[in-house]
Design a binder for this molecule. Structure first.
Ligand SMILES: [Zn+2]
Length: 52
């Protein structure tokens, strides 16, 4: 099964996957979701994109 980065959509080899829990606002509630990325940079960029 192919894994795609949750931020840049590049395909990621299973051994290179970086898992990160994304925190985001859903209405006035804080929600969290586990996502998979190609690298730590994508994980932090995606997190930033979901903040304020
Ligand atoms: Zn990526």
């Amino acid at each position: 099964m192919e894994i795609k980065c949750g931020y840049c959509s590049k395909s990621v080899k299973p051994g290179d996957v970086v898992k990160s829990t994304l925190l985001y606002r859903n209405g006035n509630q804080l929600a969290r979701k586990e996502k998979e990325y190609c690298c730590k940079q994508c994980a932090s960029h995606d997190q930033m994109a979901h903040e304020g």
